[in-house]
Design a protein around this ligand. Sequence first.
Ligand code: ADP
Ligand code: GLC
Length: 475
Amino acid sequence: MKVLAVTSEVFPLVKTGGLADVCGALPAALAAEGVSVITLMPGYPPVLTELRDTVVILEIADLFGGPARALRGQAGALDIVAIDAPHLYARAGDPYVGPDGVDWPDNAVRFAGLGRVAAMLAKGALAVDAVHLHDWQAGLAAAYLCQRDEPGPGIVATVHNLAFQGLFGAHMLEALGLTAEQFSPAGLEYHGAISFLKASLIYADRITTVSPTYADEIRTAEGGMGLDGVLRQRGHNVSGILNGIDTDIWDPEIDPAIPVRFGRGKPVRRAANKAALQRHFGLAENGTALLCGVVSRMSWQKGLDLLLEVLPVLRAENMQLALLGSGEPALQAAFSAAAARDPDYVGCLFGYDETVAHLIQAGSDALLVPSRFEPCGLTQLCALRYGSIPLVARVGGLADTVIDANAASLTQGVATGVQFAPVTRPALEQALRRLGMLWRNVPAWRRTQRNGMAMDVSWRGPAAAYARLFRALRA
Ligand code: ADP
Ligand code: GLC
């Protein structure tokens, strides 16, 4: 069976977050389930540079203001179709935001273009069984596919983050090729605006999100970001399928980015990585301090402002912090200032760096993820695999992937990390103290670490669930 995945990001071509990791890894896992995936994405400059053996499969005289071609080619093992439309995508840097830090003013047509080409290819040149739409950027594909009352592919929409909805002014309706009938509360209208994400939630046959707990949360007023009513209406068509990670890229036994490789049986070899990580961040090379890592976008979602507030507790517990992040300038400045005050204990690097991300997973004793909400989260999955004990907020996919080290789970020998709730400063402080106690209980720490490393965080199970969903649609 053949599926067209539609996305704005694919690792390693273009990445601003976990969406790219998912779209880069899921095709191979689905192939093992007998589902072949072709991935459609905008032809951003790095995508066009990387594609090999391209052939033109579609030419469009006018795609929202200029000519476009769909180029099918290979990037590694990925079967990619890139939309070569220079007026929309030939821009350097971030895929959504211009150099001034503001969204590109024509994002509505840029991502309507993605949806339009998806709809054309799905019924035409590629004739797929299903389309798999990722996040708001792909949302209009569902609206276009449903404009004509004729058989088409099944539509699965996956929500990676409900906070990003793709809202644009109603004056764009005609220019985007949407119908007046579609612009209603029962369609893609959201309080007078056009919502690309809502289009996918309304017109898709099935909606998935990236963890079971997030699937529940987004159907509540608290977590629904204004779309909980729409999601509740879709009833049993909404489900959660947990993400995996690419266990070829994230494998401590063969990872080329880390100084010393180690397997499940040899977590003690991590000590050399810890020392390397301390050196890399200019921290005191102290084997007894508990080294905490963070790899994160720096935004309100990720709760790093709470982490700033609890730095004195980390210090009191003899914990160091190595933070790699990028995002809000005010947060970066605050962490920089904290590092300048206490360089032996707090180190930070700002920017995007895959190698350092791997070093943090391989060398930290614990990985902190204090998110206010987290649809799935991938860094805690990497941490589990790399023997860094995750300390996470009990929300979304973090709740689903970490087993809290409480008295019962420690007695049963099944703990994999530490959870805290609610997402507040006192709860985080208490969790850090519990992490400290676990650290001082060496056998319990080792057991918890081994449990995490033994967990299956691969795409095998999730890919099988997606495959079942696609097959059910065809039936
Ligand atoms: P989100 O998609 O919300 O940012 P995820 O945890 O799902 O969160 O995915 C984040 C991905 O981006 C992970 O692969 C993580 O390792 C990576 N990442 C985040 N920040 C950085 C950074 N500064 N440098 C390198 N990788 C990063
Ligand atoms: C989003 C979410 C994150 C999730 C990722 C991949 O960016 O914020 O929790 O892991 O998508 O699905």
